[in-house]
Write a protein that binds this ligand. Structure first.
Ligand code: GDP
Length: 528
């Protein structure tokens, strides 16, 4: 049953694993639906396997999630397009924005940055882009909602270049201003793809290829403007070069109206042809493990209670090398113990299917894998350990206490587990004591998940007392006395030993920082 290295290499090379990074409302769910629709349409047009059932795109688990209509879990949508396997990893947004959102980015080879044409770069996009930048992940930019009034395309590109420091290189260019989206100019062929609406956008938009003369005849001024703007960008060197994109120095740009399915086929083509397939993954010592080496993978997130009827626990593992076969017995790097993979599944929203095999770039959900924690490596053959996942800068802080002091043992056990699982970061100090730890989170939803689990899994009802801090920095033991106890500032210790200075705001931090030697306050973004 085991695959030859050549088979694994071939399977790896046809995979593209990516995530969409965006600010809420930019159109991520709509785009995901549209990509699924196109992929299926292509698969069906080619009369291949096309799975007929239309899957819902919204993933959901806990009741609180359903009540609010938001998605807490990140799951994976797998699509096959022209023999390329796309793994689209969901990045939770909205109020459920959390450390998991960032962690997903540790498991992908590429990201699609989705912008609203009217709004340009928004706060959550910037944060997620930063996480990609630190890892050197290549980013494809999509400017969405071109069917609605928005900014000038050149201004949007300028903003990307100025604020992100990456050079935008258009793969296509809109014909018609935002709000009057007629089609896109493809600079590679000097043709226009004209889009026509289909009612409600329910089916793939009708596309018509026009040569330059026909495009000029039908779209006159709009066509000429597009040609001129693109010439301007070409003249300033804003032209896609694959090596520059892979090195994350440039970002190819496309224009879409996801709700109308305009430009979505073009995006799908860009992902399949430009996004990099899985490469050798670097271990903790920086040594690359080739994709055709014996099996290895790492856990990038652990989700508990995804299935309301089971309240089970799923560890999501990204495959880095080799072929995964359900039932194989792997080694759990952290404990050195054997690990059974009988219950491997693909997880997408509420749907789960048993997964029998997986290749580099794929994601496997391991059900009820209680021994697995975020960052753990599983392997077959020669041992390997992948770097721990970075922890991200929390922006929300709250003291948590057991409501009933008689349950303090359960409370402590729960806190330790949530900390290990990376549900929240746990900060302590001698002053506050072990019974009143500070929970630190990237998004407030992490607190709700934590208190919900403390109560339901550990039987420890809690009281949460939000703290007025909004910013965290790593600090040093020598700087601690000068920071701790200052008005609007405090130093606590994270369980991995990192000293974390909290401040109410940037201004407060600035005043404290002036009294400290340089380098006393460092960004929290650990690079792993
Ligand atoms: P998400 O929060 O990023 O997942 O955004 P959604 O996909 O839920 O979209 C937010 C809103 O924008 C919804 O009302 C969508 O119908 C709308 N929307 C998404 N894409 C487009 C688009 O291309 N054009 C227009 N006009 N509206 C869009």
């Amino acid at each position: 049953m085991s695959a030859s290295p050549a088979d694994v290499t071939a399977e790896a090379s046809r995979r593209r694993s990516f995530a969409v990074i965006s600010h809420p409302d930019a159109g991520k769910s709509t785009l995901t639906e549209a990509l699924a629709l196109h992929a299926r349409a292509i698969a069906q047009a080619g009369a291949v396997h096309g799975k007929g059932s239309r899957r819902g795109v919204v993933s959901d688990w806990l009741d609180m999630e359903q009540a609010r209509g938001i998605s807490i879990t990140s799951a994976v949508l797998q699509l096959t397009v022209d023999d390329v396997v796309l793994n689209l990893l969901d990045t939770p947004g909205h109020a459920d924005f959390s450390e998991d959102t960032y962690r997903v980015l540790s498991a992908v080879d590429c990201a699609v940055m989705l912008l609203d044409a009217a709004k340009g770069l928004e706060p959550q996009t910037l944060k997620l882009f930063e996480a990609c930048r630190v890892r050197g992940t290549p980013v494809i930019t999509v400017i969405n909602k071109w069917d609605r009034p928005g900014q000038e395309p050149l201004a949007l590109l300028d903003e990307i270049e100025q604020r992100l420091g990456t050079l935008p290189t258009p793969l296509n260019w809109p014909v018609g201003i935002a709000g009057d989206f007629r089609g896109v100019l493809d600079p590679a062929t000097d043709t226009m793809t004209q889009f026509t609406r289909t009612p409600g956008g329910a089916t793939v938009a009708r596309r018509e290829e026009l040569d330059a003369a026909e495009a000029a005849r039908r779209h006159g001024r709009e066509w000429r403007t597009a040609v001129e703007e693109l010439e301007l960008l070409t003249a300033s060197g804003q032209v896609h070069e694959q090596a520059e994109f892979l090195a994350a120095r440039t970002t190819p740009v496309l224009f879409t109206a996801a709700v109308l399915n305009f430009g979505v086929a073009e995006l799908l083509a860009a992902i399949t042809s430009l996004a990099p397939p899985p490469q050798a993954w670097q271990d903790v010592q920086g040594r690359p493990r080739p994709v055709d080496a014996p099996f290895s993978g790492f856990v990038f997130k652990v989700q508990t209670g995804m299935d309301p009827s089971h309240r089970d626990r799923v560890a999501f593992m990204r495959v880095c090398s080799g072929r995964f076969e359900r039932g194989m017995i792997l080694t759990h790097g952290a404990s050195g113990r054997p690990f059974q993979t009988k219950y491997a599944q693909s997880v997408f929203g509420r749907e789960r299917e048993t997964i029998d095999e997986a290749y580099p770039g794929d994601v496997v959900g391991l059900v009820n894998a209680h021994a697995l924690h975020v960052g753990d490596t599983l392997h077959d053959g020669p041992a390997v350990r992948y770097p721990p996942l970075p922890r991200f800068a929390p922006e929300h802080f709250a003291v948590v206490r057991a409501r009933d002091t008689g349950r303090s043992k359960q409370f402590r056990r729960g806190i330790d587990l949530l900390d290990q699982e990376g549900v929240v970061q746990v900060l302590v100090s001698d002053r506050r004591g072990a019974q009143a730890p500070v929970l630190a989170a990237v998004g407030p939803m992490q607190f709700e998940v934590a208190t919900h689990r403390l109560e339901h899994e550990f039987g420890a009802r809690t009281v949460l007392e939000p703290l007025g801090y909004g910013i965290a920095r790593r600090t040093t033991a020598s700087a601690t006395p000068a920071v701790d106890g200052k008005h609007g500032a405090e130093v606590l210790r994270r369980t991995d030993g990192t000293l974390v200075a909290l401040f109410t705001d940037r201004w407060r931090m600035g005043t404290v920082e002036t009294e400290l030697p340089a380098g006393s306050l460092l960004p929290m973004f650990d690079t792993g």
